[in-house]
Design a protein around this ligand. Structure first.
Ligand code: PAF
Length: 279
């Protein structure tokens, strides 16, 4: 496994990869969720690259950029164990030099849900993913369903900007009690960790209601809110029933929806989602 930092080194190493090349973009602190993306990429591509970059541009001024967990040595061991061919660990100074001034914005899809609360977040994500794509030039790129809106925004961007890249979205990987894997789970105290599966329970309750025939978006949202309210450590920011194509909040009857939520458990902000009525 080759590990490179500079862009010139990356370009050179990339030249010797056999096509199709799969890329798994990450911010490090890898867990089973990331490794499931790597395994999927391995099963579908002749070569697999991983980028590890904690992208400052997608963190707001009051967010956890400085505290974001990082353990490069452990990450590299895990990736070597998965048979990854190339790892790129760019520096922030190289990604955004002092004169940096070009940004990618996906206008409408980035306004809702996470975008409404985390101002500028998707501008940071779309910009860095553009740079990763341009630098790495993968044929396929792998993202997790856990960040549902991110995947939707990136698909739109790939379509709009004619990237010759197939975006593959892989299922959320969960702990045995349903908690979606996330690097941020490491912030949770033992009590908070015990409280955290309430997100998945709330999503499941609404999804079960949908399977028994409930179609009113407001009732599905209320079901999620009721379950979240049973956990005193959980402080919901939103529980949403959105159109999976436009991400607009739904109120009448629905046939299909992205159920999603952002919930503080202690100081840690967790997100999760489930699709209902998926064909
Ligand atoms: O999902 C993530 O880890 C990040 O948002 C990504 C896609 C690597 C961009 O920084």
């Amino acid at each position: 496994m080759k590990v490179v930092e500079g862009l010139a080194e990356l370009r050179e190493a990339r030249e010797s990869l056999t096509k199709p090349v799969g890329l798994v973009p990450t911010m490090g602190t890898l867990h089973e969720g990331h490794l499931s993306l790597v395994r999927r990429a391995k099963s579908e591509c002749a070569s697999v690259g991983v980028s590890i970059f904690v992208n400052p541009a997608q963190f707001g001024p009051t967010e956890d950029l400085d505290a974001y967990p990082m353990d490069l040595e452990r990450d590299l061991d895990l990736l070597a164990g998965e048979g990854v061919d190339l790892v790129w660990t760019p520096t922030a100074a190289e990604m955004y030099d002092s004169g940096y001034q070009t940004w990618v914005e996906v206008e409408e899809l980035a306004q809702y849900l996470e975008g409404e609360i985390r101002e500028g977040h998707f501008r940071g994500v779309a910009t860095v993913v553009t740079k990763l794509f341009n630098s790495f030039q993968p044929d396929r790129a792998y993202f997790g369903q856990k960040d549902a809106q991110q995947s939707i925004v990136i698909r739109r961007m790939v379509e709009d900007l004619n990237f010759p890249i197939e975006v593959i979205v892989c299922p959320t990987v969960r702990e045995a009690d349903g908690l979606a894997m996330s690097s941020r789970n490491s912030y949770l105290s033992p009590e908070e960790r015990r409280a955290a599966p309430v997100l998945y329970r709330a999503l499941l309750a609404a999804s079960q209601l949908f399977s028994t025939g409930e179609r009113e978006a407001d009732r599905l949202r209320a079901e999620m809110e009721t379950v979240l309210a049973t956990e005193p450590r959980a402080r919901p920011e939103y529980a949403s029933v959105a159109d999976p194509a436009t991400l607009e909040e739904q109120h009448g009857p629905i046939e299909q929806a992205l159920l999603s939520m952002a919930v503080f458990v202690g100081k840690t902000r967790l997100i999760d989602n489930l699709m209902v009525g998926d064909k």
